[in-house]
Write a protein that binds this ligand. Structure first.
Ligand code: MTE
Ligand code: CO
Length: 390
């Protein structure tokens, strides 16, 4: 006979009074018991919070959609607080008729809904020279995955009438950083969205309210927030974010440019350093995320022994193009230490490389575009740590 469980036999506080009624929380918040599930920054990474980054708590999330309040933030000039009443989007340059759209104008164009990941090119950048940050929130948390509602950029460009000499567009933000990026016209006409909703509600100020550019599969820097102007031109502009930044310095001192597409990548989100195994040996669930800027993820492999043996993981949830995919591996843990890794295969047949294989080609000078395989070492107590093995 076991002792009675007070969680069952005792009257709990919440059974002894009436709860708050409707309208007590006109815009809801998570339970107070989830207060630790927040975006976090790494204070030593940047000098100032207005030109900085914080990270999505991937280790606490499941499924494929990132809740709006937890989408990582990356600002070059702080959060711009635009008034939608005075919002204007200009299209100028090599067009037949330069146009200015208000918010109301944009809402009269046919719109689309699509789920896409946004990954900063600098995601995992701090791991180039070795294991550094202890948690997938910090190693992989410069990513979010959202259902966007927006107008295809193609429709707005067609309205302005793109000249035959045009080959590029410049997207410009209305924030204090006035961030700009050159984008090939082909991409702009293909699948870019001028988005105003995320996961059904208005974009959050942090994510570019009222309007941001969505550039599916391509590095996050190009997804200009607080979008105010699209200039059409015949060559790239060579601005700051595509020259001194967001280029990949190679071992011979030259830099790769215009590496826009995000290569296939994956990470085990639990167990991970911030999400140790809370129980002993026995049945357990391993889970993680995989994505590719080139398509979908038909397959993810996982290993518990540092790559000696691989098993195909179980995918669960919708498989959208250029979106996060969720995988699981359900197994019986024998209680012995593990070296956990995941390896993504994308729909083009590309397989996620090891960090060593990446460094062989790219050297050690890079920051951007690190899609190498991540290793977590788990000890007998279920505590996980960021390590590298070769
Ligand atoms: N757009 C503007 N106007 N200003 C910015 O600072 N940061 C860029 C991009 N768009 C930025 C911007 C970078 S580097 C990234 S990774 C993404 O926005 C981050 O988007 P998020 O804040 O929604 O995560
Ligand atoms: Co970025």
């Amino acid at each position: 006979e076991t002792a009675p469980d007070p969680a069952i036999t005792e009257l709990q506080p919440w059974q002894q009074y009436l709860g708050e009624g409707v309208d007590a929380r006109p815009y809801g918040f998570p339970s107070e018991h989830e207060a630790h599930v927040v975006r976090r920054n790494v204070p030593w990474l940047t000098a100032d919070a207005t030109s900085s980054v914080n990270f999505t708590p991937l280790h606490e999330l499941d499924g494929i959609i990132t809740p709006n309040g937890l989408c990582f933030e990356r600002h070059h000039g702080g959060i711009a607080e635009l008034d939608p009443g005075s919002y204007r989007l200009m299209i100028n340059g090599l067009v037949d008729s330069p146009l200015v759209f208000t918010m109301q104008d944009l809402l009269r164009f046919p719109r689309e809904n699509r789920v896409h990941f946004l990954e900063c090119a600098a995601n995992s950048g701090m791991e180039w020279r070795g294991a550094q940050l202890n948690g997938c929130q910090f190693t992989h948390g410069m990513i979010h995955n959202v259902m966007y509602t927006g107008v295809p950029l193609r429709l707005l460009l067609e309205e302005a009438g793109v000249r035959t000499s045009a080959a590029w567009i410049l997207a410009e933000g209305a924030d204090a950083s006035g961030m700009t990026r050159s984008i090939p016209l082909e991409k702009a006409l293909d699948d870019c969205l001028v988005a105003f909703k995320m996961n059904g509600e208005a974009l959050r100020p942090e994510q570019g309210y009222p309007v941001r550019l969505v550039v599916p599969g391509w590095e996050g820097n190009m997804w200009v927030k607080w979008l105010r102007r699209i200039e059409v031109g015949d060559q790239p502009w060579h601005h700051r974010e595509e020259t001194s930044k967001y280029t990949d310095l190679l071992p011979d001192g030259r830099a790769r440019r215009f590496t826009w597409e995000m290569d296939a990548k994956s990470v085990i989100t639990s167990p991970s350093p911030q999400a140790p195994i809370p129980h002993g040996p026995g049945p357990m669930v391993l889970t993680g995320l995989a994505w590719s800027g080139r398509g979908t993820i038909p397959r993810v492999d996982v290993t518990l022994d540092g790559g000696v043996t691989w098993t195909e993981a179980r995918m669960s949830g919708p498989s959208f193009d250029k979106s996060l995919h969720r995988f699981y591996h359900d197994f019986v843990w024998d209680g012995r230490p593990m070296l956990l890794q995941s390896r993504a295969h994308d729909s083009t047949g590309y397989v996620q490389p090891t960090k060593d294989a990446l460094r062989e080609i790219r050297g050690e000078n890079s920051i951007y575009h690190n899609n190498g395989i991540q290793t977590w070492a788990v000890n007998e107590s279920g505590v996980a740590e960021n390590v590298e093995i070769s």
